[in-house]
Ligand binder design. Structure first.
Ligand code: DGT
Ligand code: CA
Ligand code: CA
Ligand code: ZN
Length: 576
């Protein structure tokens, strides 16, 4: 067992003793020993075996027994028994900042509270403020702590973690003792949500890098501070892990901490089959390290093409890499224009002209405007008069804009029966139609699927918007038979949007893989409601890559000419 793990168990024993109201000297014996073990030189197991541990000041007989058991058994019966005797809710309460074992004991005894939920409720009812030794201020602080704990426990949207990731990466890059550094973990794999940030750096002076990392300006809490691994909590609640290794170890550590776990497992078993061994420190044949300059070398040594981090999810990426069959993933620079853009005509915050200026500044050659249709009254859906006004403005802008063509579109509601908002003549007046569901999410799967299939078969529908309706960390997708939808979309040449709004990222990359396999074409759409929203395309690219999309499978990598040719091809109504 590692020293840090031993220290943590000792610390927890101290906390539990305190929670149980044991005498302070006994508590101190354990928490003090935890401090000593953390900073101890040399190997703990051999110190125990040789008996040298007896000579270490501050480690008495009781703690010594616990340490010996931890080293030999990997567990402590004292720890185990103490924990079993305490209500789990009280142990959870320890996670609330501003709340230690003494206060928890008082709350438990004074108010009969033994869970976080009960505690929150009691605070809201102002009951904690009246408890002896507590007051309105403490109550306020504890409520804040509970709110923070909620925020800190969950996962974070990729987009919410991105600014911290970018800033910390550039700080580490500038550190004089850092040789190489990279973002790893789920963030590097471009997952839609992340638990924490992971960085891997190489240095000949790990302790200096770690000291500066722990002293980072934005640190709310240092969770662990060791020579090779440290974890901090930023003020926004995000946890950040940093591993520092030697430069020789860097490619192996980067690969290991990029994950995913499933990918790593598959890689390990591949290595095994080749008579090799992988861990975070290297690739070995027997005791011999096979040196690698970077991850490219690492994959090559295992007989594989380089696997982009987005694809490292333990699916079929290794067999694809083995037979040179990995997809050539779409890149942001290949995007030539965007669809699904709202303006002040409906619920956007920027005018049509401003959106056009921004699209031009981003170098796009087309901009597909699609405000809401009239059924979306909550979003000021366009009446036919407003459509005429907007089209006139688009014509005027197109006449004077250089290099950008604004396309006339609409985000038309798919009504409950699968019909598309507006009559056919009105729909005929658009360059493209995005059909989306914005109401009646609760239908059963059969009816919902039928509803969407009906929309797909409408000859004026160009693409489906945010197809499953999910909101990340907030709303589940509605019930749909995806396989049927994908087959219908492919058969009718209807494009499926990859909605790049970071709260949606809909369709899910896991399903995108299947859609592409069935021949569906996608469009990476920002669903922008503001000027900044246009930049979400970059987030969508990450998801498209995770889904294995190549540029040829993405509609908006096409030139304006090809896009116009596609849009002018009118589909015949489905004959059923
Ligand atoms: P997250 O943080 O839940 O969004 O996802 P990850 O993948 O970033 O997970 P994290 O931060 O726990 O660990 C980073 C990587 O380290 C993970 O993708 C693979 C590697 N790793 C961590 N724990 C294990 C493990 O127990 N076994 C293996 N094979 N790899 C691990
Ligand atoms: Ca992570
Ligand atoms: Ca982590
Ligand atoms: Zn929408």
């Amino acid at each position: 067992m590692e020293k840090t793990a031993v220290a943590q168990i000792l610390e927890e024993i101290g906390t539990y003793l305190e929670l149980l109201g044991e005498n302070p000297f006994k508590v101190k014996a354990f928490t003090g020993a935890a401090r000593i073990i953390e900073t101890l030189e040399g190997d703990l197991a051999s110190l125990v075996a040789s008996g040298e541990i007896k000579g270490i000041k501050g480690i008495g007989p009781a703690t010594r027994d616990v340490i010996a058991e931890l080293v030999s058994q990997g567990r402590s019966s004292v720890h185990h028994e103490l924990k079993a005797g305490i209500a789990p809710g009280l142990i959870e309460m320890l996670e609330i900042s501003g709340l230690g074992p003494k206060k928890i004991k008082a709350i438990h005894e004074g108010l009969g509270i033994s869970s976080v939920g009960e505690l929150e409720y009691a605070c809201l009812e102002n009951r904690l403020a009246t408890l002896a030794g507590f007051g309105a201020k403490t109550q306020e602080k504890i409520l804040k702590g509970i709110a923070l704990r909620k925020a800190f426990r969950g996962r974070h949207l990729y987009v919410d973690a991105l600014p911290s990731a970018t800033r910390i990466l550039s700080e580490l890059e500038r550190h004089p003792d850092v040789i190489r550094v990279a973002l790893a973990g789920s963030m590097r794999r471009r997952m839609e949500t992340v638990k924490d940030l992971d960085f891997v750096a190489s240095s000949a002076h790990a302790e200096r890098v770690m000291a500066d990392f722990a002293a980072h300006g934005d640190v709310a809490e240092v969770l662990a501070h060791g020579p090779t691994k440290s974890s901090i909590r930023l003020s926004n609640g995000l946890q950040v892990d940093l591993r520092v290794v030697t430069d020789t170890e860097f490619p192996f550590a980067l690969h290991h901490f990029t994950g995913s776990k499933d990918h790593n497992e598959a890689m390990r078993s591949r290595a095994k089959g080749l008579g090799l061994k992988i861990n975070e420190y290297g690739l070995f044949r027997g005791a011999e390290l096979i040196s690698c300059q970077d991850e490219h070398d690492f994959f090559r040594e295992l007989g594989l093409d380089f696997i982009p981090p987005e694809l490292r999810e333990g699916l079929d990426e290794i067999s694809q890499a083995e037979r040179h069959g990995l997809p050539e993933l779409v890149k942001e620079a290949e995007i030539q224009g965007v669809f699904h853009v709202h303006t002040t005509y409906s619920d956007g915050t920027a005018t049509l002209e401003r959106m056009a200026m921004e699209a031009q500044a981003l170098g796009y050659s087309y901009l597909g405007i699609s405000d809401h249709s009239q059924a979306a009254t909550y979003a000021h859906g366009l009446t036919r008069d407003r459509i005429r006004e907007q089209h006139a403005e688009i014509d005027a802008l197109n006449a004077r804009l250089d290099g950008l063509r604004i396309l006339k579109g609409i985000e038309a509601d798919i009504l409950a029966d699968g019909s598309v908002d507006y009559d056919d003549a009105t729909l005929e007046g658009f360059d493209f139609v995005i059909a989306s569901i914005h109401s009646r999410f609760g239908m059963d799967q059969a009816r919902m699927t039928e509803r969407m299939v009906t929309a797909i078969r409408h000859p004026r529908v160009t693409m489906l918007g945010h197809m499953t309706g999910r909101l990340l960390l907030a709303r589940e997708p509605y019930a749909l038979d995806l396989e049927t939808i994908f087959r219908e979309a492919a058969a009718h040449g209807v494009i499926i949007e990859l909605n790049a709004n970071p709260h949606r990222l809909d369709i899910d990359w896991r399903h995108l893989r299947r859609a592409l396999a069935l021949g569906v074409r996608i469009s990476i759409n920002p669903d922008a409601h503001s000027v900044d929203g246009l930049k979400d395309v970059g987030i969508g690219i990450g998801i498209a890559r995770k889904g294995g999309a190549a540029a040829t499978q993405v509609f908006n990598t096409q030139s304006l000419e090809d896009v116009l040719a596609h849009l002018s091809r009118r589909r015949a109504p489905a004959s059923i």
